[in-house]
Design a protein around this ligand. Sequence first.
Ligand code: CA
Length: 100
Amino acid sequence: MAFMRYHRALPQGETTVEEFRAWLSQFDVSGGGRIGREELERALRSLNLWFAWWKAREAMREADANRNGVVDRDEMPRLYAFAQRHLHLKMNELEDVASY
Ligand SMILES: [Ca+2]
């Protein structure tokens, strides 16, 4: 994906895990469905969040369970949970993946 200039906006209010995943995948420049800290920071920045770097670091700390520096596919639910708690996102269907 070479066109990273205009990002699809994250749906306001209630969003689904699928929508969040689709939104986040725009920032997955390294591909493979894994999100690194810098990619995550870029994603948070696009939301015009304050302290995006700090939140990205906190999110990594929480989501990157095996500490390999990226949020792997199977760690994504942890990232969703973080987003829900700290980014004031309301995600339905989260119960389905919260068992990870
Ligand atoms: Ca990881």
